[in-house]
Design a protein around this ligand. Structure first.
Ligand SMILES: NC(=O)c1ccc[n+]([C@@H]2O[C@H](COP(=O)([O-])OP(=O)(O)OC[C@H]3O[C@@H](n4cnc5c(N)ncnc54)[C@H](OP(=O)(O)O)[C@@H]3O)[C@@H](O)[C@H]2O)c1
Length: 232
């Protein structure tokens, strides 16, 4: 293992975030995982509740993270709302607002709470989990794609504005069988009136190595990039 890092994983109550937090903790890194639910029973990493749609909750979470981890070297943003699955012209604006709140504004709040300390320390790797939907329209996921495009553009701006500070920011894609993937598939099947023609996605652990690598100094020259997952 490379030297132990302090890493915050946001949106880690389930799926990719929970698997990554667990994997990093098992590798000896100092980790704080967070999302809205009460501590998931099967998550062996330190955990704190956070709702990224609420400014006070994000501030409290950042305080807990700094207290627990001391120096923070990595920040992984995985939070996403599974709603607003609909024809582009039939999306309920309130559902759209929730999806944008979590994917974009939550990321803005988290960056506001963590980036100043990363800059001051002169090091840090920010990893935003994006989606292929940001660049290629995916049927019935118009708002999800728009929200991911916004998060991706915001992350690239972070990378540009943090250039030369030692703080990097990149976007990764994943392809994994998770609650969000299952919800999207189920709602799409209901709307289409037929089951999904696609097989289940790969296990979540297949998507971990890229995030793990971007968090290390081995990726110190990589910033402002989007690295997409291979689609099955
Ligand atoms: N699965 C895929 O194939 C795939 C493909 C491309 C991109 N992605 C992206 O991968 C990331 C992880 O998703 P996943 O597939 O692992 O699905 P997931 O298991 O549903 O994870 C999403 C996480 O976001 C958290 N979350 C939702 N609203 C939140 C809020 N307001 N504040 C804090 N946390 C919140 C949820 O926990 P709580 O409910 O406890 O808050 C949950 O743990 C997402 O950004 C997703 O868009 C997934």
């Amino acid at each position: 293992m490379s030297r132990p890092l302090g890493i915050v994983v946001v949106g880690a109550g389930s799926g990719f975030g929970a698997a990554l937090a667990q994997d990093l903790a098992a590798s000896g890194h100092r980790v704080l995982a967070g999302s809205r639910r009460a501590r998931p029973a099967n998550l062996p990493a330190p955990y704190a509740r956070v709702d990224v749609t609420l400014a006070e909750s994000v501030t409290r979470f950042a305080e807990e993270a700094h207290e627990l981890l001391g120096q923070i070297d990595g920040l992984v943003y995985c939070a996403a709302d599974p709603g607003a699955v609909a024809r582009a012209w039939e999306v309920d604006p309130q559902d759209a607002s929730r999806v944008l709140e979590v994917s974009l504004l939550g990321l803005v709040r988290i960056a506001g709470a963590f980036v100043p300390a990363l800059r001051q320390a002169g090091r840090g790797s920010i990893v935003t989990v994006g989606s292929q939907a940001a660049r290629t329209p995916i049927d019935l996921l118009a708002v999800y794609g728009a929200a991911k495009a916004a998060a991706e553009a915001y992350t690239r701006s972070l990378a540009q504005e943090l250039h030369g500070t030692g703080v990097r920011a990149n976007v990764i894609g994943i392809a994994a069988e998770t609650d969000l993937a299952r919800t999207h598939r189920t709602v799409k099947a209901e709307l289409r009136g037929r089951p999904s023609p696609h097989p289940p996605l790969p296990p979540v652990n297949d998507s971990l190595p890229l995030a793990r690598w971007l968090l290390t100094d081995d990726a110190r020259h990589v910033t402002g990039q989007t690295i997409e997952a291979r689609q099955p």
